[in-house]
Design a protein around this ligand. Structure first.
Ligand SMILES: *Cc1c(COP(=O)(O)O)cnc(C)c1O
Length: 460
């Protein structure tokens, strides 16, 4: 079999023809061949959403090795927010590659690291002095936020909430809610992690007296649980995703996050906003917690920050970030210079192309269309989200009973029709949309058409 040079020659980035086009069945013969090779040498513990091998990507499309062009409504899990192979990212990382690829920021630092910290200080919510430490992955950022909170408070306990996802390392597995596939068989887990109920408007209903569990009520429920189970004075941190990602794209009810923030402040608990998925323009603001007017003490970022290169950050109150003894934080690759160049170029792209506003346009278009579908389709229990972070929760008609099978069938039908979508949710019943913010409107609309067809046709 010949190498897929014809496709690779196209190059990636926004110059790729912005269209959905299937030249072979999905997966095509070259992808099937690669899948066969992969099965022989790649751990079965790693799965893939679709057995389609990428050759190029840019704008709103991903082209596979068989020349099929897919509409990308996944952004590699909220990573290529500013576009895949975005021109500024390509140019600046290439330039950095020719200067130096690594020195280790703990040995001889470089300007790019400092500039990323300066940029984050300018966008992190609040008017306090902000300092940053850079890492490679979201899990690593969350682990380090906990280290900093523990050191600064002298306390050990960490609070998290239902449906939370914080990563796959040992501590972050303990903090993640869902056992299968993330935790099952991988214990024992780190101790001193306590889970509280959260705000899930579609599923919260009412309390025993028939009062709706709104944001403040859900916060009171979480606080009462933590005070009983742990005690506020023992908590170093409350770590929470302002909009939950893997757990189901759950937007908490208004007032939930502010009430938790006030309680944290009152008791000296470090509030950590895990913005690894929701941060960096994804929701139409720099951070999802901006929508709630909440100022966290620490913020973790990763996915959308690096334009596809691995970089992660803990940013927050200078007094907390400076509490740790010199040498207490770090890592060989944290804030790699090429990844820093990518992050700076990503942030510049977001500013120069007004991608915060673009995320809001995407929200309007997608929510409008999906809510229209919901009106005539009782299997769509809920449509929710902010910016370009939109979830569709499927249920058995007339109930709240999750329908994971339907979510999977819709996703599979979309894949076969040339649209990349992902599922998520504690119950596996949410289809999530995370388009790159540079996707053209007509392509996004076509992607939504395909989802609608999947619901009315193949997935029925
Ligand atoms: C993806 C994710 C993580 C983990 O990030 P990795 O880079 O995969 O380690 C942590 N928190 C949230 C909210 C995430 O979405």
């Amino acid at each position: 079999m010949s190498a897929p040079t014809a496709v690779l020659d196209v190059g990636g980035g926004p110059g790729l023809p912005q269209r959905r086009e299937l030249r072979t069945p999905v997966p095509g013969p070259r992808s099937l061949e690669l899948q066969r090779r992969r099965a022989a040498v790649v751990s079965a513990g790693l799965s893939s959403t679709m057995p389609v091998y990428a050759a190029a990507a840019g704008g709103g499309v991903l082209v596979d090795v068989d020349g099929n062009s897919f509409i990308d409504l996944g952004s590699g899990i909220a990573v290529t927010t500013a576009g895949n192979s975005a021109p500024r990212v390509v140019e600046d990382t290439a330039a950095q590659l020719t200067r130096f690829t690594h020195t280790c920021a703990m040995i001889t630092p470089y300007e790019g690291y400092v500039r990323v910290a300066e940029e984050l200080a300018a966008i992190v919510p609040g008017d306090h002095a902000v300092k940053t430490a850079l890492f490679n992955t979201g899990s690593e950022a969350v682990e380090n936020a906990v280290k900093i909170a523990r050191y600064a408070t002298g306390r050990t306990a960490v609070a998290v909430v239902d449906h939370a996802y914080h990563g796959r390392t040992n501590l972050t597995m303990a903090m993640t809610a869902k056992a299968v596939p993330y935790k099952d068989g991988f214990g024992p887990f780190a101790p001193e992690v306590y889970r509280a109920p959260t705000s899930y408007p579609f599923r919260d209903g009412t309390d025993l007296d028939g009062a709706p569990i709104n944001g403040p009520a859900a916060a009171a429920r979480a606080i009462a649980h933590l005070e009983r189970a742990v005690g506020a004075s023992r908590l170093a941190a409350l770590v929470i995703e302002p909009i939950q990602g893997e757990g189901g794209f759950i937007v908490p009810a208004p007032g939930f996050l502010p009430a938790l923030a006030a309680w944290c402040r009152e008791h000296g608990i470090v509030l950590v906003a895990d913005e690894v998925q929701s941060g960096i323009a994804r929701t139409g603001a720099w951070f999802a917690c901006d929508h709630d007017g909440v100022v966290p003490d620490l913020v973790t970022t990763a996915k959308g920050l690096g334009g596809g290169l691995p970089i992660a950050a803990v940013s927050g109150r200078a007094d907390l970030m400076d509490a740790v003894h010199p040498g207490g934080l770090g890592g060989t690759y944290g804030g790699n210079p090429v990844a820093c160049a990518a992050a700076l170029a990503t942030l510049r792209t977001i500013r120069e192309e007004n991608l915060l506003d673009r995320a809001v346009e995407i929200e309007t278009l997608a929510l409008g269309r999906l809510r229209e579908l919901q009106r005539t389709d009782p299997r769509i229990g809920d449509v929710r989200g902010r910016g370009a972070m939109i979830g569709i929760e499927f249920v058995r008609p007339g109930s709240h009973e999750p329908d994971a099978d339907l979510a999977k069938r819709v996703a599979t039908a979309a894949h076969e029709a040339g649209v990349i979508v992902l599922t998520c949710g504690t119950f596996g019943n949410v289809v999530r949309l995370l388009p790159p913010l540079v996707i053209p409107n007509d392509l996004l609309s076509e992607g939504l058409d395909v989802l609608a067809d999947a619901l009315s046709g193949g997935a029925r």
